[in-house]
Design a protein around this ligand. Structure first.
Ligand code: 6CS
Ligand code: FE
Length: 299
């Protein structure tokens, strides 16, 4: 494991001050450089470097979408899965909101995670071997699937999981059509280059609340307004089978879904093996390993 560059990790101090700060990121976004060999072309890597995200219009075939959709339905209705601590239900209903560590629960999802079309693109962006930091299904069911307020994943993973630097990438794979109206992912393009520190100490076992509705670790309105004015807001729509890869520090969120049409996505977070977790930077104790893996074997 590389020695930690404390000058880097100290840059991302959060939840310790009484006022937020905007810190410019020092790490590159595409660690392997925009000419890195792999499935993403140079233009796509350049777009990812510029915006903090890149879309893949057809990651899965129609038959694969059908296979994984059936798997998601099976998991959501399996009583043992529903009773599992890795399953989070909506605040407003007993509908399944998320299932974490789904690549260890489902063999089909495990194969998808290891697929070159998924893990290979993450290696290309991160410029190293990768391991799964977190996987989850977000169901966002129709008629009330809850949203996710603005946040940087890296801010949470740094503060609560001990992720040293923003050298991780999420792959969101749509299994239902993601429309503007049913709670699609919203990202501020380019916001990944600014780290927004948050105010408010992390409570013990914060994840029991934050995975249902996050309050601590969410940026203040002034910082959000500054970033939105600077970058705008992109709506990541796309058909079932499409995917979005986005940098761990993108400012992103998604609205609630009051339409009849669920917005069900599989999310896999790959972390560089050179960025393995240490102790949390701003929390009393690490989160459970089903939310933040503590075993770093490369995919
Ligand atoms: O805390 C986390 O790790 C989770 N929370 C959000 C809102 N996005 C990333 C991840 O799923
Ligand atoms: Fe997130």
């Amino acid at each position: 494991m590389t020695t930690l560059d404390t000058q880097t990790t100290d840059r991302y101090r959060t939840r310790v001050a009484d006022r937020p700060a905007l810190v410019e990121r020092v790490e590159p976004t595409v660690h392997g450089g925009v000419d890195a060999p792999g499935l993403l072309g140079r233009d796509e890597l350049a777009a990812h470097d510029r915006d903090g995200f890149v879309t893949v219009p057809e990651l899965l075939t129609a038959s694969e979408v059908a296979t994984y959709s059936a798997e998601l339905d099976r998991l959501a209705t399996d009583p043992t899965v529903r009773a599992d601590e890795r399953t989070v239900v909506e605040k407003s209903s007993q509908q399944v909101r998320s299932i974490f560590e789904v690549h260890r629960i489902s063999e089909a999802v495990a194969a998808l995670v290891a697929d070159e079309r998924v893990a290979g693109r993450a290696r290309q962006i991160l410029g190293s071997d990768v391991y799964v930091h977190q996987s989850r299904i977000n169901y966002k069911p129709g008629f009330g699937g809850g949203g996710f307020y603005w946040h940087s994943d890296f801010e949470t993973w740094h503060a609560e999981d001990g992720m040293p630097a923003p050298r991780a990438v999420s792959t969101s794979i749509a299994l239902t059509e993601n429309f503007t109206h049913n709670g699609c992912l919203m990202i501020m393009p380019g916001s990944h280059r600014t780290f927004v520190s948050c105010v408010g100490e992390t409570p013990a076992e914060h994840y029991r609340e934050s995975l249902r509705e996050q309050e601590i670790g969410t940026p203040d309105p002034d910082s959000l307004t500054t970033l939105a004015d600077r970058h705008g807001i992109a709506m990541l729509t796309g058909p079932a089978g499409s995917a979005t890869l986005f940098d761990s520090n993108c400012m992103h969120g998604s609205g609630s879904n009051i339409t009849p049409y669920s917005r069900s996505n599989i999310f896999v977070v790959f972390n560089s093996v050179e960025n393995a977790l240490v102790e949390p930077f701003a929390a009393p104790a690490p989160r459970p390993s089903y939310i933040a893996a503590r075993e770093f074997t490369p995919v």
